[in-house]
Design a protein. Structure first.
Length: 482
C-alpha cells in the first residue's frame, strides 16, 4: 500500500504479544499448538507465529511473519530435545532455538539471521487467538461465487493469480480490479493482522459488483520479479487484469474499473490513460503529490503522533533530505551505496545510546546490519521512481469518472494536500466527472481510529469502515448506471 510499508520512516508495527492461554496447562515439554511473539528488528517490530504439530511421531514447525502479510518462513528442520526446540531456516539464512518454560506457556529463545541474533519470546495462543480472524472477515459459504483464477501479463512475461468474485444470479456485472499499495502484497492486501481487500471485495460483491483481486507479481501464486518492478510495471499488471476480465461473459466489458489503495491509487491513473477499456477509477488514499513530498509530510505526522519533539522531527527531515538528494543526484545504485552508508552511519552515531538501543543497535555488528538494511530499503528501482514521480500530470489526462477518498486521520498519505492536488489536476484536464471525499476519523486503512498512527492498525478490530465501502459501492453502481 503506500501502507508505505517499504518506504518512509520504519513503520513496523509495535504490537504486544497476545496473552497466554489460561486453560489447562499442557504436559511438560509439549510444544504442540500455535505460538506467537514479537521480534524487535532494526526497522521495527514484527509478530512471528510458530505452529508445532506431531507428524508420524516427529515434530514439525511452520512459521509465518504475521505483519508481512502472513508471509511463510520455510522451516527445514525441527528438533526437540527435552525442553529445548531448534528450528533451521536455510532459505532465509536463519534459525531459532528456545527453551520451554516450566508452566509450558512460553518459549524463551533467540532468532538468528545473517549473523544477527535477536531475542524472541513465544507465548502459547488460545484457540480464539489462533483463529486470528477479524470481525469483518467473511466466512464461507459465501452468498456469491468465488473463483481462483490466473492469467498472463504478456508485457512482463509472467502470470498473475488471484480471486474473482461475482453475484450468483444475473449479470453480466460491472467489475472492479483492486490494486494494492506499496510492498509485496498478496491478493487480500494482508497486513497488521487484517485483510482489507478480502473485506472490500466481499462488500462490493454483495452489492452486485464483480471483483478481481490478485497477488502482486512474485508474491503468493503470481510469478515474476517484484524487486525489479516500479509503478508503471504494476500498471501493466492492472491492465493484464482488464484484458482477462474482457474474456469473461459474466463481466460487463464496458463497465470495468480500477480501484487502487495507496500506491494503487497512483497506479490506477497510469493504467487508465493507457487503455480505453477502463471505465472508471477509484483512488483510495491515492497520492496527488510526489513521493518526496509525501515522505516529508508522513515522517512528521507519524513522528508527532508517536510523541516525538519538534526538534526530533526537524532532525529527521534533515536526514531525509540528505538521503533523498543522494538518490536524486546519483543514478548508479552501486555508486550511491557508499554515500548513503556514510550518511546513515553519521546519523546513527549521532544518536544517544538509548535511541540506538530502541532501534536494535547495541554493538558494532547490529550497527552494520542496521546501516545495510536502511540503505537497502531506499536504494531500489521502485523507491527511486516513487521519490520523484509526480502523479498530477497523469491524473490530468484521465477522462473517465474518478472517485477519490481519503481518511482525515491518514498520516501516510495526508488527505488535505493529496486530495487538493488530485482535484486540481482533474480540473486542469477538464474532467468534470469526479467526486472528492475526505472522511472524518478514518486512517490510511480506512479504519475508525484515534490518532491515525500505524501503531493502531493492528489493535483496531475494524478492518474497513462500512460507511466508506458503501460510498465506494454506491458511486460505482451510480457511475455504471446500475
Amino acid at each position: 500500500m503506500i501502507t508505505l510499508k517499504r518506504i518512509a520512516l520504519p513503520l513496523a508495527l509495535a504490537i504486544a504479544p497476545l496473552g497466554p492461554a489460561v486453560a489447562q496447562p499442557p504436559a511438560p515439554n509439549d510444544f504442540t499448538g500455535p505460538w506467537i511473539g514479537v521480534l524487535d528488528t532494526p526497522t521495527g517490530q514484527l509478530r512471528i507465529r510458530v505452529d508445532f504439530e506431531m507428524v508420524d511421531g516427529s515434530p514439525i514447525a511452520t512459521m509465518i511473519s504475521v505483519d508481512q502479510g502472513n508471509a511463510p518462513i520455510a522451516v527445514a528442520s525441527t528438533t526437540v530435545d527435552g525442553a529445548t526446540v531448534a528450528l533451521t531456516m536455510p532459505m532465509v539464512g536463519g534459525g531459532y532455538e528456545g527453551t520451554l518454560s516450566e508452566d509450558g506457556q512460553s518459549i524463551d529463545g533467540v532468532f538468528s539471521q545473517a549473523g544477527a541474533e535477536l531475542p524472541l519470546l513465544l507465548e502459547r495462543m488460545t484457540a480464539e487467538e489462533a483463529d486470528m480472524r477479524r470481525p469483518q472477515d467473511p466466512v464461507e459459504p459465501y452468498p456469491y461465487l468465488a473463483e481462483e483464477v490466473s492469467y498472463p501479463n504478456p508485457d512482463g512475461g509472467h502470470t498473475l493469480a488471484g480471486t474473482f468474485t461475482r453475484p450468483r444470479e444475473g449479470g453480466p456485472f460491472p467489475a472492479a480490479i483492486l490494486i494494492s499499495g506499496s510492498g509485496p502484497q498478496d491478493r487480500d492486501e494482508a497486513l497488521a493482522g487484517h485483510r482489507p481487500f478480502l473485506v472490500l471485495a466481499d462488500h462490493l460483491t454483495r452489492r452486485g459488483i464483480a471483483v478481481l483481486r490478485y497477488d502482486d507479481r512474485g508474491v503468493g501464486e503470481s510469478t515474476g520479479d517484484f524487486a525489479a518492478a516500479t509503478s508503471p510495471d504494476f500498471a501493466s499488471d492492472a491492465l493484464a487484469g482488464v484484458a482477462y476480465l474482457k474474456t469473461r461473459d459474466d463481466v460487463d466489458t464496458g463497465a470495468i474499473g480500477l480501484a487502487g489503495h495507496s500506491e494503487g491509487g497512483l497506479v490506477a491513473p497510469m493504467a487508465a490513460v493507457e487503455s480505453d477499456d477502463v471505465a472508471f477509477i477509484v483512488l483510495m488514499a491515492g497520492p496527488g503529490i510526489t513521493g518526496e513530498q509525501i515522505l516529508y509530510a508522513q515522517g512528521a505526522l507519524i513522528a508527532r503522533a508517536q510523541g516525538a519533539t519538534e526538534e526530533q522531527i526537524a532532525r529527521n527531515q534533515r536526514q531525509q533530505r540528505r538521503i533523498f538528494e543522494i538518490m536524486k543526484s546519483e543514478a548508479d545504485p552501486e555508486r550511491a551505496v557508499e554515500r548513503l552508508e556514510a550518511v546513515v552511519r553519521e546519523q546513527l552515531e549521532a544518536l544517544g545510546d538509548p535511541e540506538r538501543a530502541a532501534m536494535g543497535v547495541t554493538d558494532e555488528a547490529s550497527l552494520e546490519q542496521t546501516i545495510t538494511a536502511q540503505v537497502a530499503q531506499v536504494n531500489t528501482p521502485w523507491f527511486r521512481y516513487f521519490l520523484t514521480y509526480d502523479p498530477a500530470p497523469v491524473i490530468a489526462q484521465v477522462t473517465v469518472p474518478v472517485l477519490a477518498i481519503n481518511g482525515e486521520k491518514d498520516l501516510q498519505v495526508p488527505f488535505e494536500e493529496n486530495l487538493r492536488e488530485i482535484e486540481a489536476a482533474l480540473q486542469r484536464g477538464g474532467n468534470a466527472n469526479y467526486e472528492i471525499h475526505s472522511l472524518p476519523g478514518l486512517n490510511h486503512l480506512f479504519q475508525s481510529s484515534e490518532t491515525g498512527s500505524p501503531t493502531e492498525y493492528a489493535v483496531i478490530d475494524e478492518t474497513w469502515s462500512v460507511e466508506s465501502m458503501e460510498l465506494i459501492a454506491d458511486w460505482i453502481l451510480r457511475t455504471v448506471g446500475r
